[in-house]
Design a protein around this ligand. Sequence first.
Ligand SMILES: [Zn+2]
Length: 234
Amino acid sequence: MVCGSAGFVPLGQWGGHDIFRCTRCSFGFVHPMPPLSEIAAIYDRYPATELYSGKAARKIVRAHKRLKRYRHLAPGKRFIDFGCNIGTTVEAARRLGFDAHGTDIDAEAISIAGTLFPGSLYHAGPMETLPVEWGLFDFAFSTEVIEHVPDPESYFAALAARLRPGGVLYLTTPDAGHWRVPADFTAWEHVFPPQHLLYFTRTSMTHFLGRHGFDVIKFVPNLKTGLKLLARKR
Ligand SMILES: [Zn+2]
Protein backbone atom coordinates (compact mmCIF):
# COMPACT_ATOMS: atom_id res chain seq x y z
CA MET A 1 0.00 0.00 0.00
CA VAL A 2 2.48 2.63 1.14
CA CYS A 3 5.67 1.21 -0.43
CA GLY A 4 4.06 -0.53 -3.42
CA SER A 5 4.64 -4.03 -2.09
CA ALA A 6 1.76 -6.52 -2.27
CA GLY A 7 2.98 -8.78 0.55
CA PHE A 8 0.85 -8.62 3.68
CA VAL A 9 0.42 -10.65 6.86
CA PRO A 10 -2.61 -10.51 9.18
CA LEU A 11 -1.99 -8.98 12.62
CA GLY A 12 -5.37 -9.85 14.11
CA GLN A 13 -8.76 -8.26 14.63
CA TRP A 14 -10.01 -5.35 16.70
CA GLY A 15 -13.69 -4.49 17.08
CA GLY A 16 -14.54 -6.55 14.00
CA HIS A 17 -11.87 -4.84 11.85
CA ASP A 18 -9.06 -6.89 10.30
CA ILE A 19 -5.56 -5.44 10.56
CA PHE A 20 -2.65 -6.29 8.25
CA ARG A 21 1.03 -5.42 8.00
CA CYS A 22 3.20 -4.96 4.92
CA THR A 23 6.01 -7.53 4.92
CA ARG A 24 8.41 -5.08 3.25
CA CYS A 25 7.97 -1.75 5.09
CA SER A 26 5.97 -2.82 8.20
CA PHE A 27 3.14 -0.39 7.48
CA GLY A 28 -0.01 -1.52 9.31
CA PHE A 29 -3.55 -0.85 8.11
CA VAL A 30 -7.19 -1.76 8.54
CA HIS A 31 -8.61 -3.75 5.60
CA PRO A 32 -11.17 -3.40 4.25
CA MET A 33 -11.42 0.29 5.15
CA PRO A 34 -14.72 1.03 6.88
CA PRO A 35 -17.18 3.06 4.76
CA LEU A 36 -16.98 6.84 5.19
CA SER A 37 -20.48 6.81 6.71
CA GLU A 38 -19.23 4.64 9.60
CA ILE A 39 -16.20 6.89 10.17
CA ALA A 40 -18.31 10.07 10.04
CA ALA A 41 -20.80 8.63 12.56
CA ILE A 42 -17.97 8.16 15.07
CA TYR A 43 -16.84 11.78 14.81
CA ASP A 44 -20.38 13.13 15.13
CA ARG A 45 -20.32 11.70 18.64
CA TYR A 46 -16.76 12.76 19.35
CA PRO A 47 -16.82 15.42 22.09
CA ALA A 48 -13.95 17.47 20.68
CA THR A 49 -14.88 20.53 22.69
CA GLU A 50 -15.09 18.81 26.04
CA LEU A 51 -11.88 16.92 25.40
CA TYR A 52 -9.78 19.90 24.43
CA SER A 53 -11.19 23.21 25.65
CA GLY A 54 -10.15 22.80 29.28
CA LYS A 55 -6.65 21.89 28.24
CA ALA A 56 -6.31 24.76 25.78
CA ALA A 57 -3.93 26.90 27.83
CA ARG A 58 -1.57 23.98 28.47
CA LYS A 59 -1.73 22.97 24.82
CA ILE A 60 -0.74 26.47 23.72
CA VAL A 61 2.32 26.36 26.01
CA ARG A 62 3.37 22.99 24.59
CA ALA A 63 2.84 24.07 20.98
CA HIS A 64 4.77 27.28 21.67
CA LYS A 65 7.81 25.26 22.84
CA ARG A 66 7.68 22.97 19.80
CA LEU A 67 7.31 25.85 17.36
CA LYS A 68 10.20 27.73 18.96
CA ARG A 69 12.41 24.63 18.82
CA TYR A 70 11.87 24.05 15.09
CA ARG A 71 11.00 27.43 13.58
CA HIS A 72 14.60 28.08 12.48
CA LEU A 73 14.16 25.28 9.91
CA ALA A 74 11.26 27.05 8.18
CA PRO A 75 12.13 29.32 5.24
CA GLY A 76 9.40 31.88 6.04
CA LYS A 77 6.52 33.00 8.25
CA ARG A 78 3.49 31.35 6.64
CA PHE A 79 2.23 28.64 9.01
CA ILE A 80 -0.61 26.12 8.83
CA ASP A 81 -1.85 23.42 11.20
CA PHE A 82 -3.50 20.59 9.23
CA GLY A 83 -6.05 19.16 11.67
CA CYS A 84 -5.96 22.13 14.05
CA ASN A 85 -8.97 21.20 16.24
CA ILE A 86 -9.80 24.30 18.36
CA GLY A 87 -6.70 26.16 17.16
CA THR A 88 -4.25 26.01 20.08
CA THR A 89 -1.20 25.43 17.85
CA VAL A 90 -2.40 28.09 15.40
CA GLU A 91 -2.65 30.55 18.28
CA ALA A 92 0.83 29.64 19.55
CA ALA A 93 2.21 30.23 16.04
CA ARG A 94 0.43 33.59 15.79
CA ARG A 95 1.96 34.69 19.11
CA LEU A 96 5.40 33.79 17.72
CA GLY A 97 4.85 36.11 14.78
CA PHE A 98 3.71 33.61 12.16
CA ASP A 99 1.00 34.37 9.62
CA ALA A 100 -1.06 31.53 11.09
CA HIS A 101 -3.74 29.34 9.51
CA GLY A 102 -5.66 26.28 10.63
CA THR A 103 -7.86 23.71 8.94
CA ASP A 104 -9.94 20.85 10.32
CA ILE A 105 -12.67 18.56 9.07
CA ASP A 106 -14.61 19.26 12.29
CA ALA A 107 -16.75 22.38 11.71
CA GLU A 108 -17.65 22.68 15.40
CA ALA A 109 -13.99 22.76 16.45
CA ILE A 110 -13.25 25.38 13.78
CA SER A 111 -16.11 27.54 14.98
CA ILE A 112 -14.67 27.41 18.52
CA ALA A 113 -11.18 28.20 17.19
CA GLY A 114 -12.48 31.33 15.47
CA THR A 115 -14.15 32.48 18.70
CA LEU A 116 -11.34 31.66 21.13
CA PHE A 117 -8.44 32.68 18.93
CA PRO A 118 -9.40 35.34 16.39
CA GLY A 119 -6.49 36.84 14.53
CA SER A 120 -5.76 33.74 12.47
CA LEU A 121 -7.53 32.23 9.47
CA TYR A 122 -9.49 28.98 9.78
CA HIS A 123 -11.12 26.59 7.34
CA ALA A 124 -13.61 23.79 8.05
CA GLY A 125 -13.65 20.85 5.64
CA PRO A 126 -11.49 18.15 4.05
CA MET A 127 -7.92 18.98 3.00
CA GLU A 128 -8.99 18.93 -0.63
CA THR A 129 -11.30 21.96 -0.07
CA LEU A 130 -8.67 24.35 1.34
CA PRO A 131 -9.15 27.83 -0.17
CA VAL A 132 -6.90 28.30 -3.21
CA GLU A 133 -6.20 31.90 -2.16
CA TRP A 134 -4.45 30.64 0.98
CA GLY A 135 -1.50 29.86 -1.30
CA LEU A 136 1.64 28.02 -0.17
CA PHE A 137 3.12 27.60 3.30
CA ASP A 138 6.63 27.63 4.80
CA PHE A 139 5.89 25.63 7.92
CA ALA A 140 3.15 23.08 8.62
CA PHE A 141 2.07 20.86 11.48
CA SER A 142 0.13 17.61 11.13
CA THR A 143 -0.09 16.06 14.59
CA GLU A 144 -2.03 12.87 15.32
CA VAL A 145 -4.11 13.20 12.15
CA ILE A 146 -2.87 10.89 9.41
CA GLU A 147 -3.65 7.68 11.34
CA HIS A 148 -7.36 8.66 11.13
CA VAL A 149 -7.48 9.16 7.37
CA PRO A 150 -9.03 6.34 5.26
CA ASP A 151 -7.44 7.61 2.03
CA PRO A 152 -3.95 8.80 3.00
CA GLU A 153 -2.76 9.20 -0.61
CA SER A 154 -5.43 11.77 -1.51
CA TYR A 155 -5.14 13.52 1.86
CA PHE A 156 -1.39 13.78 1.73
CA ALA A 157 -1.23 14.82 -1.93
CA ALA A 158 -3.50 17.75 -1.03
CA LEU A 159 -1.30 18.56 1.98
CA ALA A 160 1.96 18.31 0.03
CA ALA A 161 0.60 20.64 -2.65
CA ARG A 162 0.32 23.38 0.00
CA LEU A 163 3.98 23.41 1.01
CA ARG A 164 6.40 25.48 -0.99
CA PRO A 165 9.72 23.94 -2.05
CA GLY A 166 11.95 24.05 1.04
CA GLY A 167 8.90 24.22 3.33
CA VAL A 168 9.02 22.19 6.54
CA LEU A 169 6.49 19.71 7.91
CA TYR A 170 6.32 18.60 11.55
CA LEU A 171 4.33 15.37 11.69
CA THR A 172 3.38 13.06 14.53
CA THR A 173 1.49 9.75 14.48
CA PRO A 174 1.65 6.51 16.49
CA ASP A 175 4.84 4.48 15.87
CA ALA A 176 4.00 0.86 15.03
CA GLY A 177 7.71 0.04 14.81
CA HIS A 178 8.55 1.20 18.34
CA TRP A 179 10.21 -1.36 20.61
CA ARG A 180 7.45 -0.88 23.19
CA VAL A 181 4.62 -1.96 20.87
CA PRO A 182 3.35 -5.30 22.27
CA ALA A 183 4.06 -8.53 20.40
CA ASP A 184 0.27 -8.94 20.17
CA PHE A 185 -0.23 -5.90 17.93
CA THR A 186 -3.96 -5.60 18.64
CA ALA A 187 -3.15 -5.13 22.35
CA TRP A 188 -1.32 -1.86 21.54
CA GLU A 189 -3.14 1.16 22.99
CA HIS A 190 -3.21 2.94 19.60
CA VAL A 191 -5.12 0.14 17.88
CA PHE A 192 -8.77 1.23 17.90
CA PRO A 193 -10.41 1.30 14.48
CA PRO A 194 -12.38 2.93 13.02
CA GLN A 195 -10.64 5.95 14.63
CA HIS A 196 -7.10 4.74 13.99
CA LEU A 197 -6.87 3.13 10.55
CA LEU A 198 -3.17 3.43 9.66
CA TYR A 199 -0.10 2.40 11.64
CA PHE A 200 3.12 3.87 10.28
CA THR A 201 6.70 2.95 11.12
CA ARG A 202 9.87 4.95 10.44
CA THR A 203 10.47 2.89 7.28
CA SER A 204 6.94 3.12 5.89
CA MET A 205 6.69 6.83 6.75
CA THR A 206 9.99 7.53 4.98
CA HIS A 207 8.67 5.72 1.84
CA PHE A 208 5.35 7.54 2.04
CA LEU A 209 6.86 11.01 2.49
CA GLY A 210 9.41 10.35 -0.24
CA ARG A 211 6.70 9.51 -2.75
CA HIS A 212 4.94 12.78 -1.87
CA GLY A 213 8.04 14.90 -2.40
CA PHE A 214 9.44 15.14 1.14
CA ASP A 215 12.84 14.23 2.58
CA VAL A 216 12.96 13.37 6.28
CA ILE A 217 15.17 15.86 8.14
CA LYS A 218 15.07 13.81 11.33
CA PHE A 219 13.01 11.59 13.55
CA VAL A 220 12.74 13.04 17.05
CA PRO A 221 13.62 10.35 19.64
CA ASN A 222 10.57 9.33 21.68
CA LEU A 223 10.25 7.02 24.68
CA LYS A 224 6.53 6.70 23.96
CA THR A 225 5.18 4.74 20.99
CA GLY A 226 4.85 7.82 18.79
CA LEU A 227 6.60 8.94 15.60
CA LYS A 228 7.68 12.59 15.63
CA LEU A 229 9.49 13.85 12.58
CA LEU A 230 10.53 16.86 10.58
CA ALA A 231 10.57 16.69 6.79
CA ARG A 232 11.38 19.15 4.04
CA LYS A 233 9.55 19.56 0.74
CA ARG A 234 11.85 19.11 -2.25
ZN1 LIG B 1 5.00 -1.57 2.43
